[in-house]
Design a protein around this ligand. Structure first.
Ligand code: 4AD
Ligand code: MG
Length: 500
């Protein structure tokens, strides 16, 4: 019976055939262990000499990492095997024997792994993250489909800026200039006047000259848009939406979360209501003594953690130097060292940045957009996601509705994920008054001709409406605890690196 590793629980005591790749193997004279990877999980396959033909045994023990093969055997419960089951092997067909696979359990730098992204995708961490991303996307669609939203696919070729003209990618469209879409929002607003509740979900392009861990030039964004909604209504929609995504991942991907060491206890706490702060309150926090103390305390913690990790690394290195370790101990140490050195490098960056970020926060002036480090500080101070609302009008996009009670600010929000992660959603109520909108278009120096259809929405049956955009990679990075969002999409595009 052909099956997959994920379904082995249905076949205990029976003979099955699995097809996959060698993830890891070791052998003594009489018994060989191949940990097989088949795309659904890992399974230890035990090959005893005498139970398979001698010639096959010899071939199997020579298979290198990532050799492909089908293995037949009886399924046994084995708590020490990665998925809880193992295979007592009776036969195997080798499909492509492989030697010298470039990615080994040894330490590899990010550049090397990105150049080898076509192979790196098979490694455990990218696999876990890919599975979690799949659930996130499925949960997104499920949420909107179950809540009365109609999917509208908005175009990727666009004639006008949706966000900022500085981050447009221009393309030559049969001799005419066109741009790759920064957002589906403006089109979605048209559709909301037809269907009421709509969403679009697709690739988004930003020529952002930022080399930060939060920026891709091509990323996936889901955007809902709702007719007859106000800011409190939007915040409620956003918190229910994010909670739904996190709960689905906890339900479907607990094993993957645990394998990559994600903080599941923290994810369990993600329930409504989230924290609500106005931009003005956020700036007051940033420039307060509370932030000075908080940053000082952070620095202390980072330094303590650094000392602790340095100690652990030194201990492993001493053990390695002393020699006499078994191969499996060396492999385990190699893996541990990769993790510890990565953690150390991260802490060193944090220690270096802490005083700079503290200074930026202390000098923050009302009117500026919140910077990455400011968002980090606000989100680190709260255990739950934080909505920051009512940003200064001049720092934000032209389409956001001016707050009629305080025309210096707009009715918008950003959602900051906790644990220092920062913005995962940006949204707003849209300016629904023709004259206000036209003025903003002029102020930005945009050509109203390019926005005539967008202005029409404010002429014919204009209604209060709004929506938001959630970045998939940033959401996956936050949920998985992955520092850099390039690991949260199969083939990342960054300003200075497009992998393969
Ligand atoms: O805040 P942004 O720019 O909002 C919009 O595009 C609105 N038009 C959305 C709307 O109201 N319909 O982007 C929304 C989200 C951000 O919060 C972030 O998660 C993600 O998109 N994002 C990026 N993700 C990766 N790389 C980038 N360069 C990103 N820029 C934005
Ligand atoms: Mg934003």
């Amino acid at each position: 019976m052909k099956t997959t590793i994920a379904k082995l629980n249905e076949f205990v005591g029976q003979e099955v055939q699995l097809s996959g790749w060698v993830y890891h193997s070791r052998h003594s004279g009489k018994v060989a262990f191949i940990v097989l990877r088949d795309g659904t999980g890992l399974c230890q396959c035990v090959i005893e000499k005498g139970k398979v033909a001698d010639e096959l045994f010899d071939q199997l023990i020579r298979l290198g990492q990532e050799s492909s093969l089908s293995i037949t055997g009886i399924v046994r419960v084995e708590p020490r095997s990665p998925g809880g089951y193992e295979l007592a092997v009776s036969d195997a067909q080798i499909i492509c024997p492989t030697q010298d696979y470039p990615i080994t359990p040894k330490e590899h730098g990010t550049d090397f792994l990105m150049k080898n992204r076509h192979l790196h995708l098979r490694s455990q961490r990218p696999w876990c993250i890919g599975r979690i991303r799949h659930t996130v996307i499925d949960a997104i669609r499920q949420f909107f489909n179950d809540n009365g939203f109609t999917l509208v696919d908005t175009p990727i070729f666009t004639a006008a800026a949706g966000e900022s003209e500085q981050t447009l990618f221009a393309v030559d469209y049969f001799g005419k200039p066109m741009f790759l879409s920064q957002t589906g929002q403006l089109y979605l607003e048209c559709a909301a006047m037809s269907f009421g509740r709509v969403y679009c979900f697709g690739p988004t392009f930003r020529a952002e000259k930022s080399k930060t861990r939060r920026h891709l030039t091509e990323f996936w964004m889901v955007e809902p848009e709702v007719a007859y909604i106000d800011l409190p209504g939007l915040l409620e929609l956003a918190e229910n939406f994010v909670t739904h995504i996190v709960q689905r991942v906890l339900k479907d991907n607990r094993a993957e979360l645990e394998t990559i060491g994600a903080d599941t206890a923290h994810l369990e706490t993600i329930t409504p209501p989230f924290v609500r702060l106005t931009y003005t309150e956020a700036t007051e926090i940033l420039t307060s003594q509370r932030t000075v103390d908080f940053m000082a305390q952070q620095l202390e913690t980072f330094k303590k953690q650094k000392t602790e990790i340095e100690k652990q690394i030194a201990e492993i290195e001493t053990a390695e130097k002393a020699g006499g370790l078994k191969q499996w101990q060396k492999d385990k140490n190699a893996k541990l060292l990769i993790d510890l050195r990565a953690e150390l490098a991260e802490l060193e960056v944090k220690i270096e940045n802490n005083p700079k970020h503290a200074q930026l926060a202390a000098q923050f002036q009302w009117g500026k957009d919140l910077g990455g480090s400011d968002e980090t500080i606000i989100s680190l101070m709260h255990d739950k996601p934080v909505f920051v609302t009512h940003y200064p009008r001049d720092a934000k996009a032209f389409y956001m509705k001016t707050d009629r009670g305080n025309p210096k600010v707009v009715e918008n929000f950003d959602l900051l994920a906790p644990a220092g992660f920062g913005e995962i959603i940006g949204g707003s109520v849209r300016e629904d008054d023709y004259q206000y909108l036209l003025n903003r278009i002029h102020e930005e120096g945009y050509d109203p001709e390019n926005y005539s259809w967008y202005l029409d929405l404010r002429k014919y049956g204009s209604v209060p409406h709004g929506g938001f955009g959630l970045g998939v990679e940033r959401t996956v990075a936050w949920i998985t605890g992955e520092r850099h969002i390039r690991q949260c999409i199969a083939f990342p595009r960054l300003m200075d690196n497009v992998c393969i």
